[in-house]
Design a protein around this ligand. Structure first.
Ligand code: MN
Length: 714
């Protein structure tokens, strides 16, 4: 078990000015509250926070991180309170410890693999201080190191979770030593046979291989010496898990994998790196397309290096990495290299500038030292357009930023979306247009018979929700018109002392459906509901006045036929219906270009209103239906306008000539002259559309002595 003095030694080694007093106090406090608790290994529980703090000091993190590591389990596992932590160790420590506690409560134990990516992103996005993630990684690393004390079932579960979630996060943050150790322990536990197999294969001809490593290193060193370049050459085995993955992914046998040893040349300066690369390529033939310049183009996790693969001394492939000492330090500790042990000191600006995504973080850290701001940048930079939320069962769902509970409901299931009547976030009721935040636990309340609302279209963000709501409305329109159509038919039939419901099931009705050109009875009834077919047309078929009927019918048919032929393209399109009766509300006088909406009127088809019409707003939304202007139509529409002017000779003549010049007819005119020589003129004109009207109004405004011209009910 590591001792606190060991940790203090490690911290002072890289940070001589560290506040050791707070470390001491954290140790004493952690020991006190964890007192009596025991790990599965039989060791006192305190060994765990101590080891975690030790790992954090291996990562050379700041004192606050190490302190938070000592305290990371106290809120969750002991009687310690947040207030106590804040009072004794300050807000920053509390903030980090609470963050770690929050993350450990994420219930993703039985998540599916395909969600792993979401969980990883969410962990990163949720931890509102990157040090929370670093502590979580250290915590996991120590738990993996002591995995042997768990049951087999638990070992496999924890190991798989480590491979799915934690080692990719370590890689994303560029902390490769943690990634490799996590992977190797996980591999050993999940696939013990394969692990042993590779371990033995690596061991088998270890002597030969070490000789070979020595030869390659000598070649490189000699070449560098000749050119007066000071360098260090390393040759080390790739970790067993990487070798295993390579064998699986590329379907290779162990013998076919040459590059199980990676060589690394470490130098002082960047120019030396490129020089060394040239020398290596002069020594051995490089393999085309295998060269990568991560110095010129660093990876997003700030990794920098030159990678090349060459054909080595015995005709085998050798992978070589070339980098500076500083790059090596960052490659090994990743983001942790930037999270300040250099409190109050400047990080090499040249380095930070190269890592564009981290640049803000580093600058913030210097200038504000504000962990909140720091993480804001991490969050924005990593995943700007996504939020991650939980189902009550703990599954993670990813949604676009701005998504609402309705989007979430449709993501789970169409029926849940359709019947969604309310939502709870973290246990509290929220409005359905609430903007979900990462980490929210979202619960949808459904009630049978509850239906989607058109209003939802105004705030949903996902394509799925939008499509499903539209689809529902469309089906609903038809259902609604069938109900309405039946009512109308029943009434009309009752007048003739007939029972529509009974007749519906007769063969006779089937023939009528055919005669009127409908596919199904429902289609015919719906057509009545929309006013396309009058109930009289149907009733006539059942009323026993054969002669008259025939005559009437033929006249009616002729009439209908003529009307249909003559009828110009209607100015309105009702989605899903081509031949529906249209009326315009007199209240608002919609003209093409106005936003409009339709209302189904019993027996009269659809009445069109402007969407902002006061009467329309009072209508039963159940009867509302989407309508559009038919831009191909050449119909003219009445519109009322209002002109104010000062009277003069010829004013009215100028106004009317202006109107007719614009190819508009005056349907009515009324003028009122007031005492102060002011005139109010009211006209009803015909116009093609809003553009046409605007042109007329603007021409009128230019008329001498006219002070204003506008549409009434604007
Ligand atoms: Mn822990």
């Amino acid at each position: 078990m590591i001792r606190i003095t060991d940790i203090i030694d490690k911290v002072t080694a890289y940070n001589p000015e560290a506040d050791l007093h707070i470390l001491d106090r954290a140790y004493v406090y952690s020991a006190r509250v964890h007192d009596g608790q025991v790990r599965l290994s039989g060791e006192p529980y305190l060994s765990h926070p101590l080891e975690v703090a030790g790992i954090l000091s291996d990562m050379k993190l700041d004192v606050i991180s190490v302190v938070a590591g000592l305290l990371h389990d106290v809120i969750e596992d002991t009687h310690a309170t947040s207030e106590e932590i804040k009072e004794m160790f300050g807000e920053e420590v509390l903030h980090i410890v609470s963050g770690v506690t929050k993350l450990s409560k994420i219930p993703f134990s039985d998540s599916h693999t395909r969600e792993a990516e979401s969980i990883r992103k969410m962990l990163l996005a949720m931890a509102d201080d990157i040090r929370v993630v670093l502590i979580k990684l250290a915590d996991r690393l120590h738990n993996m190191r002591t995995l042997q004390y768990q049951t087999e079932e638990k070992r496999i579960k924890i190991a798989q979770e480590t491979l799915d979630i934690y080692s990719p996060i370590a890689a994303r943050l560029g902390i490769y030593w943690i990634k490799q150790e996590l992977e190797n322990i996980a591999f050993m536990n999940i696939k013990p046979d394969e692990f042993l197999n590779i371990k033995n294969l690596v061991k088998k001809d270890q002597v030969d291989r070490e000789k070979y490593v020595g030869t390659v290193k000598d070649f490189i060193r000699k070449k560098m010496d000749e050119n007066n370049i000071k360098c260090e050459v390393l040759g080390r085995y790739k970790n067993y898990y990487s070798i295993y993955q390579k064998m699986i992914n590329q379907n290779l046998s162990f013998e076919q994998i040459y590059d199980i040893i990676a060589f690394r040349i470490i130098l002082d300066t960047v120019p030396q790196c490129y020089e060394a690369l040239g020398l290596v390529h002069s020594l051995w033939k490089p393999i085309a397309h295998k060269f990568k310049d991560y110095i010129g183009f660093p990876k997003t996790n700030m990794y920098q290096s030159l990678h090349t693969t060459v054909v080595g001394p015995i005709g085998e492939r050798i992978e070589i990495q070339i980098r500076t000492w500083e790059m090596d330090r960052i490659a090994r500790s990743g983001i942790a290299a930037h999270w300040s042990y250099k409190e109050g000191k400047r990080i090499d600006e040249n380095i930070s500038k190269k890592f564009s995504w981290i640049q803000n973080l580093v600058e913030n850290q210097h200038e504000t030292k504000d962990p909140v701001e720091f993480i804001e940048n991490v969050r924005l930079d990593l995943y700007p357009d996504e939020v991650y939320v939980f189902t009550p069962q703990g599954a993670v769902k990813s949604l676009p930023k701005g998504a609402t509970p309705v989007d979430f409901a449709y993501l789970i299931h169409t029926e849940i979306g359709n019947q969604c009547s309310g939502a709870k976030v973290n246990g509290r009721m929220v409005p359905l247009n609430y903007e979900l935040q990462t980490g929210n636990i979202v619960e949808i309340i459904t009630s049978k018979g509850h239906n989607p609302s058109k209003d939802w279209l105004k705030f949903v963000k996902t394509v799925k929700a939008r499509a499903r709501i539209r689809q529902w409305i469309k089906t609903q329109d038809k259902d609604r018109s069938i109900t309405l159509g039946r009512e109308i038919c029943e009434k009309a039939f009752r007048k003739e002392r007939l029972n529509f419901t009974t007749l519906m099931k007769t063969e006779e009705m089937g023939r009528v459906v055919d005669q009127l050109g409908f596919k199904t009875l429902d289609d015919m009834i719906a057509s009545v509901g929309y006013g396309k077919t009058t109930p009289i047309q149907i009733v006539r078929k059942f009323v026993s006045k054969p002669q008259e009927e025939e005559q009437d019918e033929s006249i009616l048919d002729k009439l209908i036929g003529r009307v249909k032929k003559k009828k110009p393209a209607s100015g309105i399109i009702v989605k899903g219906f081509d031949d529906i009766l249209i009326k315009f509300g007199k209240c608002c006088q919609a003209i093409p270009g106005d936003p409009i909406t339709g209302y189904i009127t019993q027996g009269y088809g659809v009445t069109v209103h402007r969407t902002n019409c006061a009467n329309a707003l009072k209508m039963n939304p159940e009867r509302q239906i989407d309508v559009e202007w038919n831009m191909d139509s050449s119909d003219l529409y009445p519109v009322k306008i209002y002109i104010t002017a000062y009277d003069r000779v010829g004013l009215l003549a100028d106004i009317t000539s202006n109107i007719s010049k614009n190819a508009s007819n005056i349907l009515s005119a009324n003028t009122i002259t007031k005492e102060n020589n002011a005139v109010d003129c009211f006209f009803t004109l015909t116009v093609k559309d809003t553009d046409h009207m605007k042109k007329i109004l603007s021409d009128l405004k230019k008329t001498k002595q006219v002070t204003d011209a506008k549409r009434i009910n604007e």
